[in-house]
Design a protein around this ligand. Sequence first.
Ligand code: B12
Length: 253
Amino acid sequence: MSASQGPVVRPYGDTTGDGMVQVSFTLPVPHDKRAEGAAIQLANRMGMDPALLVHAKQMGDGFTFFVVYGRVNHLVDLSAVQVVERDFPLLSAKEVNAVVKRRLRRKLSVVGACIGTDAHTVGIDAILNVKGIAGEKGLEYYRELSVTNLGAQVSVPELVEAARAARADAVLVSQVVTQRDAHLHNTREMSAAFREALPAGRRPLLIVGGPRFDESQATELGVDRIFGRGTTPGEVASYLVHALVTGRKVGAA
Ligand code: B12
């Protein structure tokens, strides 16, 4: 096939388009000359040529951390980049409250948790707690949202029960640990449990978030939306209004 029509870029290191990149990794070997050679070999096999070792440090027994700087020949075709774009308007807290009050005529109920063995609550707290993140207040600050934050290490049955008790319009789940794909397994388990426990019309909107999710995997994981790193509460509140109030065909004022 013909080459892409879109703009093509190369990485920038010292001069424009020189293809220089920097990568870091750990090898399970003690730090010595051979380990450094092994790091260069790996970098070469990853397509870096030349590859320069800029940092090597032993991390505990039998492991060495490396930073390698080098040139790659790969091109980035910007026209082939696929991302999940925001497809809803960003609203202020005032606008969110006004729409929920006028259109839903009751508080919008949100239940959040960190599920499985995951105890990383900072992310979900940033979205839910009043203090928020990045200068934005969390969902608890929104007068027309009723927020239940279940905290860390919540089991899926507990979450389903709590969502039912709170008559949740939306369930917000955080997954930060990705070892052995725990975040994917836990999300699938959670979405399957909601599908089993509640009929389609009464199932809450299912949202997961965490720094290492691929936002395009929502359908595959059985959830309505995935939010990645850097998410702010305002984005989540705006999405809730879009998905549950304004974007709905029913009940339009
Ligand atoms: C703080 C921290 C901890 C604290 C957690 C305290 C707490 N109450 O949360 C403590 C010390 C307890 C901890 C423990 C562990 N940790 Co830790 N931890 C971190 C650290 C340093 C920061 C995470 C954080 O708070 N980020 C800040 C928040 C604001 O960012 P965020 O989570 O990405 O959230 C944002 C978005 O992702 C999104 N978001 C997140 N969730 C949700 C949910 C919804 C619904 C939405 C809409 C959005 C959303 O919005 C948020 C705001 O923008 C990271 C490394 C790092 N620098 O990221 C490691 C890290 C996550 N931890 C790690 C590990 C391995 C562990 C332990 C297993 C270590 C051990 N061997 O014991 C344990 C596991 C404990 C457990 N059972 O979960 C690894 C995970 C590796 C992996 N591949 O999974 C990391 C990446 C460190 C590393 N490089 O090895 N950890």
